[in-house]
Design a binder for this molecule. Sequence first.
Ligand code: FAD
Ligand code: SF4
Length: 470
Amino acid sequence: ERKNNDFQFIDVGRQEPGKVAAEKRKVEFAEIYHSYEKTEAEDQSHRCLECGNPYCEWKCPVHNYIPNWLKLVSEGNIIEAAELSHQTNSLPEVCGRVCPQDRLCEGACTLNDGFGAVTIGATEKYITDTALAMGWRPDMSKVKDTGKRVAIIGAGPAGIGCADILSRAGVKPVVFDRHPQIGGLLTFGIPEFKLEKEVMETRREVLEGMGVEFVLNTEVGKDVQMADLIAEYDAVFLGMGTYKYMKGGFPGEELPGVYDALPYLIANVNRNLGFEKSADDFIDLSGKRVVVLGGGDTAMDCNRTAIRQAATSVQCAYRRDEANMPGSKKEVQNAKEEGVEFLFNRQPIEIVGDDKVEGIKVVSTELGEADENGRRRPVVIEGSEEILPADAVLVAFGFQPNPPEWLAEFDVQINSWGGVIAEEQQQCKFQTTNPKIFAGGDMVRGSDLVVTAIWEGRQAAEGILDFLEV
Ligand code: FAD
Ligand code: SF4
């Protein structure tokens, strides 16, 4: 039994797990954070103040029981901690790795006020990694089969969240995905230095052990028809993500040497995982001067992938200042350590070159009035044009929903910006305009986060259970 120390948060400072040295990690596609040792995890968890009304739980989109599982870890009780963390989160080991904790749970920790927040993310990862390595698996012994079956389109976090809840309620989930592996953007998007692919392989085993069936390499609308799924299953869940790349709308975007972020990242993952169909798909930036446009998670992943491909230089141009970057602060810091040069307050206006990219014309900006979302708009400074020399430009301006056209045939309505209409505040949560079809994740809310997609998938499963009256 651990000695109770009410002042642990003063005696023991916030300590994240160590990182692989930048010189070593920038040449390999492997996770950069080490795992906690048992005593480190216990000491860090014990820093939690056990606030009566914990802000961290409110700020966490899946409302994890954070102080409760921190207490279990501090007492060395990993299996109970894993049981508890799986009550609210379908992929705790993934969220522990990739959530932007600085603006979610850890940003809301009371200790953030000068003492250093509890390392919630690293502990969440530690709990699941350790419990799974010890052989722990979700206990399904009390689950009674209802005989119902639900088709899930998309094996990303939304689809997995939905499958997790359904299987625990005795409803059989059959998950279809066009990719050869589960995970959606967790596998075919987020690079290995943030999330190693073995993590999803292990999770696949866990889910299959719970009775979730995956039908991979299968595109709905092509290899399998939606009408058949609607006829054969008791309900259908759509978790198909967003895959339409936003363009800058400036001249030169069509020049050879300009690449959209996601195909670049996916080609790199495909090569690393051995899924590459043709060597022509791979985009090799070794020996190139690379400029990345954007300031979100995708831009950070492009920066750091280009560094690992041995680009000569990687510059990241972003139109606001560092404080207003949407990406996780931790990842910006990691990118800096690995040699990415940030050019803040720079807005691209043209990609220049005769028959291929030679540079990118940018103007400097300063922050003006706030827009309707409260974010200050960048305003161009006159006469500040400059050209950044470049051999390759990666465009990472984000994504827009692009639901397949065939959805309209099934009375599933789309809103003005392409999102599928499915709301939380209705009798059956996340039901679309077709009562038998539910939806969640990026295709409903627009591109967002892993943890919000998990939440919506889980909530939609609750809606499906209400609809099926089981
Ligand atoms: P997806 O993960 O996109 O999964 C959708 C799945 O549906 C895909 O596997 C797709 O193949 C499948 N599918 C689509 N249509 C069909 C069809 N017709 N038939 C069969 N299958 C189909 N979020 C974070 O929280 N932290 C991060 O660090 C982070 N980094 C990111 C980095 C990159 C490069 C990108 C692009 C995103 C990142 N995100 C991050 C965002 C996060 O990955 C997404 O918000 C999340 O994956 C959305 O989950 P989803 O299940 O809605 O969709
Ligand atoms: Fe924090 Fe994300 Fe875990 Fe919630 S799911 S506790 S926000 S790391």
